[in-house]
Design a protein around this ligand. Structure first.
Ligand SMILES: NC(=O)C1=CN([C@@H]2O[C@H](COP(=O)(O)OP(=O)(O)OC[C@H]3O[C@@H](n4cnc5c(N)ncnc54)[C@H](OP(=O)(O)O)[C@@H]3O)[C@@H](O)[C@H]2O)C=CC1
Ligand SMILES: O=C1O[C@H](COP(=O)(O)O)[C@@H](O)[C@H](O)[C@H]1O
Length: 500
């Protein structure tokens, strides 16, 4: 791994403290950082390196997956960090930064490899990228890379504009667009799951698969983010990026070799085969929901429009369900359902693959076989098979073959992604083709929300979303699998609290 500088714009922010420093620290403990590295954190206020190192120490103590309690390891990591004040609008601050980067490179014999991480508001993405170029920071004998946070635009037009601006300073192969769902270990496992298991590989098409369901449900509401969320909605916050990335990862044809350019091409093929939405089919394929007051984990919670800083008249989507069709040889006539929402019955990201009914039309009936990929918060896989009911020879009953990871041992998404970026592997980053095609797919939905063409369906907090979402799936003769009733979710919460 090449020695490098890691320059963190937004180094004082929430994401940096909760995710980025803990990820770097855990990589360091695991010997997954280069031999020599220099971390330079940026924020607007003046503070000393030592003061800021203590800020990082505190963030590690609070948020690191592994305990930061070995003083030698902790101090050696903190010692790699320097702080510099920088305002994104002041070019002279970038020149001052360049001096610091170069002096640390000399000190540590780093051959000019520079990773720039933009963990700042999206309004600064282009300004910072262009100033990196203009200040000479981007002119180096080593490599340069840009990691960029979400959101990448707020519609197709603004995403294209942002990309044009970035590409004035960085080549596409130097840009690493973070989608933290691509960093989740089970998502990074999807391709291996299919390619290394002949029993799954053989069944992986419309011959055997009846439908695919991708759910990302959350129990939290809008929290303190109303200013952002009320303008984004679930469609921009989750669907355009995370949910469509999951769809691409589960449905792409196996790449011949697992490298970034092959994966990118396969994902692009999926997006190009998606049946576009338009005025005639949009209302029958898109459900837009918003939570009303209800109960989460036994506690009453407010409806969306009663949340702090949400306008009473807001029609913002806190829930989306979609039916999508991939019109290619392999997936023709297999519906893919996507569903995501806030204030739902449980926190769960999972993919359920329902196989075609094996015993349809015979006297004995069975539940379909399911392959369930649990992504978050549990990481695991189970397969639902059928077996004989020992008490009733006429009947079959489902059984589940399980595998679940020990969550403490599984690296966090940001660890996986930063490690990949440091190694120069962009396989699990969102490439521009995918981002653009995702916005193209989503744009008619944004337009129809704007024009109020799709009705807003309401659902009580703590439920599995609006009834219209169930009807979407039932219309094709299916049901959402593994939904917990609010009382099951509540019982499980109690059990978890008791265990902890
Ligand atoms: N927080 C999260 O969980 C997630 C965040 N993101 C994305 O990550 C990015 C950062 O989010 P988050 O950390 O929450 O935001 P914060 O508001 O917590 O932090 C913003 C950072 O930007 C810096 N900043 C603000 N204005 C300027 C400026 N004019 N010049 C230079 N730096 C500036 C701030 O530094 P200071 O105020 O010290 O000057 C601070 O370090 C955003 O794009 C967000 O969408 C994505 C997924 C999750
Ligand atoms: O990007 C986002 O993701 C989180 C959910 O992430 P997860 O890893 O906990 O599933 C979501 O809460 C947030 O609104 C969104 O911006």
């Amino acid at each position: 791994m090449d020695n490098m500088s890691f320059v963190l714009f937004g180094g004082t922010g929430d994401l940096a403290k909760r995710k980025i420093y803990p990820a770097l620290f855990n990589l360091y403990i695991d010997n997954k950082m280069p031999e020599a590295f220099s971390i330079i954190a940026l924020g607007r206020k003046e503070q000393s390196h030592a003061e800021f190192q203590q800020v990082v120490a505190k963030s590690l103590q609070t948020f690191s997956r592994r305990a930061a309690n070995d003083p030698a390891v902790l101090n050696s990591f903190l010692n790699s960090i320097r702080y510099s004040s920088l305002d994104a609008g002041h070019l002279e601050d970038f020149r001052k930064l360049r001096v610091l980067v170069e002096s640390r490179e000399q000190e540590l014999s780093i051959p000019g490899n520079r990773m720039f991480y933009l963990s700042v508001g999206p309004e600064f993405f282009d300004v910072i990228a262009l100033s990196i170029k203009e200040s000479g920071l981007g002119t180096t004998n080593g490599w340069k890379r840009l990691i960029i946070e979400k959101p990448f635009g707020r519609d197709l037009k603004s995403a294209r504009h942002l990309n044009e601006q970035l590409s004035r300073a960085f080549d596409e192969n130097e840009i690493y667009r973070i989608d933290h769902y691509l960093g989740k270990s089970m998502v990074q496992n999807l391709e291996i799951l299919e390619s290394s298991n002949p029993i799954l590989k053989a069944l992986w098409s419309n011959h055997h698969i009846a439908n695919v369901q991708i759910t990302a449900s959350e129990t939290v509401g809008v929290e303190e983010r109303a200013g952002y969320y009320d303008n984004a909605g679930a469609i921009r916050d989750m669907v355009q990026n995370h949910m469509l990335q999951l769809l691409m990862m589960i449905s792409m044809r196996l790449p011949r070799k697992s490298d970034a350019s092959e994966v990118r091409m396969k994902k692009r093929n999926v997006m190009e085969s998606l049946r576009p939405l338009h005025i005639d089919n949009i209302t029958s394929n898109v459900i837009r929901g918003q939570y009303t007051a209800g109960e989460i984990q036994g506690k009453p919670v407010a409806g969306y429009t009663d949340e702090p800083n949400v306008p009473k008249s807001s029609k913002n989507d806190t829930f989306i369900a979609l039916r999508l069709w991939i019109d290619n040889y392999f997936w023709n006539e297999v519906p893919f359902y996507i569903r995501t929402g806030k204030r739902m019955a449980e926190k769960s990201t999972r993919i359920v693959i329902e196989f075609k009914e094996p015993l349809k039309g015979q006297t004995t009936t069975s539940d379909p076989n399911l392959l369930v990929i649990e992504i978050n918060p549990n990481e695991g896989i189970f397969i639902q098979l059928n077996k004989k009911d020992p008490l009733n020879t006429e009947k079959l009953e489902p059984m589940r073959v399980n595998f679940f990871s020990n969550e403490k041992e599984v690296p966090e998404a940001y660890e996986n992604l930063i490690f990949d970026a440091v190694r120069g592997d962009s396989t699990f980053f969102a490439h521009w083709d995918e981002v653009e095609l995702s916005w193209e797919y989503v744009q008619p939905i944004l337009d129809s929300f704007e024009q109020d063409i799709i009705p807003l369906s309401y659902y009580p907090a703590g439920s599995n979303g609006p009834e219209a979402s169930d009807q979407l799936v039932e219309a094709d003769g299916f049901k959402w699998w593994l939904d917990k009733t609010p009382s099951e979710a509540k019982a499980e919460d109690k059990e978890l609290v008791a265990q902890s």
